[in-house]
Design a protein around this ligand. Sequence first.
Ligand code: GDP
Ligand code: CA
Length: 324
Amino acid sequence: MRITALAGGVGGARFVRGLRHHLDTTPGLADSEVTVVANTGDDITLFGLRVCPDVDTLLYTLGDGVEESQGWGRADESHTVQTELAAYGAQPQWFTLGDRDLGTHVVRSQLLGQGWTPSQVTARLADRWGLPGRRIRLLPMTDAPVETHVVVEDGDGETAIHFQEWWVRHQTSVPARRFVVAGLDRAAAAPGVLDAIRTADVVLLPPSNPVVSIGIVLGVAGVRDVLRGTTAPVVGVSPIISGRPVRGHADACLTAIGVESTAGAVAGLYEDFLDAWLVDPADGDVRLPRARVEVFDGPLLMTDVPAAGRIAAHALRLATTVTA
Ligand code: GDP
Ligand code: CA
């Protein structure tokens, strides 16, 4: 089976890790190939280094190197370099950069500086984390520079700040008026992305942030069209339970684009291509005009790898019951 998933950071990575666990522990499914198309709109340049938070979270989670308690960053991390940077008064100091994590950013920046494309760099980083051996192909959504910016109130006017500044520094406490995704209108899909959707047996939407993760991937030229056109069923998992995101501030993002934070309203964002939608028992009353809604038989929570695996397994079963 060929499975393609669109993913942000923590929600996407935990889901794909569970999916891989399910495939590897189910007779006949271990040979399945998983392609992950990662959001790169969160990318930012800090201290001259290119940082790709969602790609890195996918690498560390799928390569067993993630700090489990927070869902991102490296396990057994230290912060010596960041302490030195602070001693120099170097800015910004609101973004956590651990020493091990910095190794990734240094290698990435070095290779980019030598002319490698982001796809090539990601493949190289994925090798180190053993992803090909786990039958996971990690693709950035595009090789073009794309950065999600957030337009916020500023006195009587407004100003645009980088998504990370809004999310990490302000914890979304300043209301977003809208998102402006620099470079997205000129971004072509990275090599392999459109084919992975077109030729998949199943396309999965993990419970990633619908606005600033999945929503950005959907903005890459051609992605939405191939999702509409693919013969693969497209099955999504709700990131919202009972009107609230499970973690993070997806509600602040949905408010900014005028969409309710409900499982049904999020599915509405995918209405033109979604075939089935997996929800928590608390959202069992959701009805969609086109997609089949299925209620998961327990909390829709990826509390550990097997739990995420059961959610992924349910999504795969659901895919066999719908037509694209
Ligand atoms: P980020 O880039 O690190 O913010 O991660 P993603 O965009 O991939 O995922 C964030 C989304 O995942 C948030 O909207 C969360 O509500 C959702 N999420 C995280 N953990 C879970 C979970 O265990 N179950 C469900 N249903 N959603 C989750
Ligand atoms: Ca992210």
